[in-house]
Design a protein around this ligand. Sequence first.
Ligand SMILES: [Zn+2]
Length: 482
Amino acid sequence: MQRALSRKNLWDGLPAPVRALAGGILGRVPPALTLGARFRHALHFVRQADRWPAERWRAYTLDRVRRIVALAAEKSPYYGDTFCQIGFAPDDLRTLEDLAELPTTTKETVRDNLDVMLTCDPRSSCVDATSTGGTGGEPLHFYIGADRSAIEYAYLVAGWERAGFRLGDRLCVLRGHPVAPSRHGLRHEYDPLLRRHFYSAFHMSDEDISGYLSHIAAVGPCFLHVYPSSAHTLARYLARTGLPAPSNVRGILAESEIVYPDQRRLAEDMFQCRYFSSYGHTEKVISGAECEHSSDYHIWPTYGYFELLDDEGRPVTTPGERGEIVGTGFINKVVPFIRYRTGDCATYVGDRCPHCGREQPIIRDIRGHRIQEFLVAGDGSLIPWTALNMHDDTFGAVRQFQFRQDRPGEATLRLVPVNGLADRDCNRIVESLNRKLSGQVLLRTEIVDAISLSHRGKAIYVDQRIPTNHATGTQLLAARSS
Ligand SMILES: [Zn+2]
């Protein structure tokens, strides 16, 4: 896969000998400097715009929407033809509401028309190939500008600041990052550039967790950066063992999965600090973060244009009603996502937060296709399948996939090919996943014609057959029925 090296991932890209030599020196450089001028400008802008009154951001957002629509009309044959067919000209956009004249787009739109949706040559050095990692059961492949990370990270950091995080604070990360064991057997790596301690979310036995928590307790004031499921596994361990949580954890920063209220409460009770969640996706159309004073999400209006639509495609404007999150993103100029249906649903709360006074769209109870499920490792520990999301071309030739598990430590990966799969393609997929699983779950592949959906029409990513009287059963059942 083609991927430009972003500043945020600079440390990962350095060869090991350079890391060993440079760590001490580079660790003294302030992260704001490491992340570059583009990041610093973006963060400054996001902080300012966060307090704009509705009138101001609406003017800014309208300008951004006009630009992306004009770019799409001029450079993307797909949008050019679509606009032509419905008699729409970009100059017709006089208000944000006028955008509703355009049809919505979906994953299928992008999958079926990617080549003609492009606004430039995807082989250009400033373009990355990326994918959604299969969170809809069917991974979506598309292209995006290689410079997106600085802006994306600025929004993330500006959100975290509401939870007390300051740039330069240490992060203890339990997410999809593969971490090899050190000489002492602890799966820990340190990135001195961004002061991040990585631990392995794929290795969560009691012994592993005990090692992580002891290590975290010794790093000084820090924030946990987690999947909701990895935070939950830590919290359950503390609840079960009665051991004290590290007292130096200042907050828990969670994203990439559904946040279940019970899991949030348990983590907050155990760690005695704020649990703070952000919302976003690989398509980069909409981004949001919780309020300082509540767990409602405030949508960043300068990141993308947000719409919440009911089943008939009408805007949801009544507090308490639910709708689908639809976004027009400003970041991806390579493949414009215009009125893109994310498949995620949320409850509309209002356009002004009574707690902080921000005049932004406010939503809660986000639910979507990111169903939280687990694989059970040979030692009984749970591996969140979301940690296996491959943000590369691993599943490039696969339309749908599903893990089926009958016994701890073994699973069958069922694959629906796009156009047939050779043995070497299957081997490549297994090798890629094995790098993350490191032997904890032995994978077999099985080619199938189709994978059936749940009774609610949702994809089931892990067809988990391990009996619920297994040590992990309660959690599996809770995860599946939520
Ligand atoms: Zn607020």
